[in-house]
Write a protein that binds this ligand. Structure first.
Ligand SMILES: [Zn+2]
Length: 166
């Protein structure tokens, strides 16, 4: 991942929109690209509040909207676990598997899905541009022990994105 090219995309977008390149916007962009896997706006906000230059909620939400518009960030709605964001520049699109008990989110990539979408698009006369696929399940351990391996860390805040990504 070349952060320079990400920043170039953002600056070009801001310029086209007549918006300023502020240090706050740049700080948020860099923090977003330091995140691993999907994260919530609140996680990002907390993360920034713990940094040397705390930023306002409005600035963080506003900048996330800009990053969505210029496609540097993707948005996922994970059912009751809420709204998640994820860096998207130069990344192969991943699909997500969500444990409905503990909220652990895992990514997977299967090239067979690409072929299925191409076939569906061709048959229905559309060029597929993007897709979202969320699989909902429960961790194997939940079925045998009644306890998810990540439940303790996630039950206080089901929207927390601090669960490990595999
Ligand atoms: Zn689980």
């Amino acid at each position: 991942m070349n952060l320079g090219s990400v920043e170039a995309v953002f600056f070009e977008y801001l310029q086209e929109r007549g918006l300023r390149q502020t240090p706050e916007r740049l700080c948020i962009l860099r923090r977003v690209y330091a995140m691993n896997g999907p994260f919530t706006a609140d996680t990002l906000l907390d993360d920034l509040r713990n940094s040397q230059n705390p930023l306002s909620r409005a600035t963080v939400y506003n900048t996330l909207e800009l990053l969505l518009e210029c496609r540097l960030v993707a948005h996922h709605q994970f059912g009751r676990f809420g709204s998640y964001y994820e860096k998207s520049h130069g990344r192969r699109q991943a699909d997500h598997l969500l444990c409905t008990n503990c909220g652990r989110i895992q990514e997977f990539c299967d090239p067979r899905l690409h072929a299925i979408m191409q076939d569906a698009g061709q048959a229905l006369g559309q060029r597929i541009q993007h897709h979202q696929l969320h699989l909902h399940g429960v961790c194997h351990l939940f079925e045998s022990t009644g306890q998810c391996p990540h439940f303790e860390s996630s039950k206080a805040d089901p929207s927390s994105s601090s669960q490990p990504m595999h």
